[in-house]
Design a protein around this ligand. Sequence first.
Ligand code: ACO
Length: 759
Amino acid sequence: MVNVVKPKPDLNLLFKPRGIAIVGASHTEGKIGHTIVANIVSNGYSGGIYPINPRPGVIVGHKAFQSVEGIQADIDLGIISVPARFVKESIEDCGRAGVKFIVIISSGFGEVGKAALERELVTVAHSYGMRILGPNIFGIVYTPFNLNATFGPADIRPGNVGLISQSGALGIALMGKTIVDKLGLSTIVSLGNKSDLNEEELLEYLDKDPNTKVVLIYMEGTKTGRDLIALARDVVKRTPVVVIKSGSSKRGAKAAASHTGSLAGSDRVFESAFEQAGLLRAHTLEEAFNWVRVFATGAIPKGDRILILTDGGGVGVMATDACERHEVELISDYQYLNDVFGGIVPEFGSTKNPIDLTGQRGDDAYLEALEASLKAEKFDGVIALYCENAQSKVVELSGRIIELLARLDNSKPLTFAFIGGKQTQVALDILHENHVAAYDHPDEAVSSMGALMRWMRMTQKPNQPGIALDFNRERVMDIISNARSQGREQLLETEAKSIFEEIGLSVPKSMLARNFEECLDFSDQIGYPIVIKIASPDIIHKTEAGGIRLDLQTRAEVENAYRTMMSNITARYPKARIDGVVVNELVPKGVETIVGSTTDPSFGPVVMFGLGGIYVEVLKDVVFRVAPINHTEARSMVRSIHTFPLLYGARGEKVKDIEAIADALTRISQLICEVPDIAELDINPMTALDQGKGCKVVDARITLTHKESSTHSHQNCDTLIPKESSNRSHKDNESVSERECDAFVQGYLNSLNLQEEGK
Ligand code: ACO
């Protein structure tokens, strides 16, 4: 099959087609092909509508044609809803008629293992200059053009939220939910198997679409994670993007993969990648809808000084607590607060933030205070809480709020929490109808304000260029080629360290001694105290194998340690290839960290950081970033681990050299991007010394990709987390959950078995 360059028809023709052919438009009401035509017609689409069916007649008021090719009209969009075996010929029919975009509703392709057939459809479409949305989707909606080419609900509520859904069933359900929740949509695009058009292209379009203020993406997996990150970094500066990514649990990830045939990458990497790109990840549908609602108001925060206004002390406290959880800063200029609200708040209320009007002051005072808070310069956003009481006229109040906001032409970020009974629900509906971000719980009002604040911070983050890594690539490749020529995919520790030294990391003095005499000689040269480690491509976990001896103070101690190590190891691993021992300078005490990298199926090379020992083994307190990263990201990575206080001088220790860690992380991230032969690496430990003293690569491992693959191998990030060390018993871990313990013990046993097998 000829490889055709991906065509680039104007995406406007997908959302605003001049004519639509519906191939498989059915004469029978209730069939998918019939419902699609009915939805297109009932939503008032004004372009040409052309049902295609082998039988002549009229379908939902429109003449049926036997093929697209014969129709004398500008048809930009072809919707295909015929059984899978007829899809290819239908695409060709559309192609001959000059159609630009194909929406394939039909199932029966990649999601059921027929990936080759799916690729063939794309090739055929491209050969006619067409692009495909789907297959296995429910269609497309664009409300500004009255287009509803789906078999979902007919009565979509117009608005400014763009919804992109990988899941069909959920997408349809979300369409329904937006109607009930009174959330207006500009567009809904179903992506399904993403054979051709994907999130990136659609996001790029919606970012430029004046009718879309916020985008909500439901995603199960992506094969083009790096493209998404690169694009999103720019898009989110203008258009906030909320993402729901399913498949975060191991079981969920499996379900996602079988559902659409897509790859579900490691969830930790997704989490980090979204954060890097400025995508706001919501963990529930409710949360996503709440956030989208506030973004849909179009409010753009200018700062982070937030005010809480309330008519009830209790909800005020709840909201204050929630502010801490959702990183919302409360303004605490008490003089200013008193100046603004002193005349409105009763004596028994409070002019501290939250401003507590109490239930007795009534709706007039509530509105007066709301108006004052929206007008006051120093408040960048307002969270207004309202508890319905016996005197409340909450429905009337909602109307008055809408009038007030219109009169002030308010653009200040504002979220409401209305708490109460039936009347409150009516009031909330009215507020939603009028595009006000109102919720029925203080936490939701705060969480939504928090999302707005996070978005603001992300848009203000300066774009920092990455560092250009200056290293002798040839030397690195020589080391790799040498290992490959010996049939090794695992570099020796000395080789790995040479590479790290080459990219500018600080490696303790180290020499490979091939025999006993060299070992003594090199120990003298390096100077005591020293460390010796076994050098063998077959022994990866050296500590467990008894292949490391630390703090050897004299020549005699070295002599003794060498002889014991060699006799133990040759007895235990008789088949292991032994290259000698590595003689190392002893690194002063510091904090042991771990730096690693792997290749994620969705995002490619990723870098990992955490503290060593139990922090990584038991607590799994590590963070990932998609490589490459710059210094700012590297610093934020260091701060993101839960145990970061241990690096910042906790328990009377000196602050460690954070800058040196960040520098090492940026260099490693560049290395793995520039040398795709590296599948995985870890420096464990990389000892962080006191501030100004740097950090040292104490132990290092680099695994190469399989010889035949020129790109990164696909490894899960969890493989970076080292196995339990042998000197910790199951009992030592009793404070950890039983499941964690079992996993560790199992992991440890597996690692030993592997080594035994490799003997
Ligand atoms: N050209 C034009 N019309 C054709 C052709 C053709 N080559 N072949 C068949 N047709 C007509 C049929 O005659 C029929 O019309 P009629 O009812 O008037 O006789 C119509 O097209 C439909 O064909 P059927 O064989 O009746 O197929 P059916 O409607 O049962 O199913 C469908 C077609 C819906 C595409 C099905 O094969 C399918 O893939 N279903 C799954 C769809 C889906 O769920 N997609 C994912 C959405 S997202 C989610 O998960 C909700």
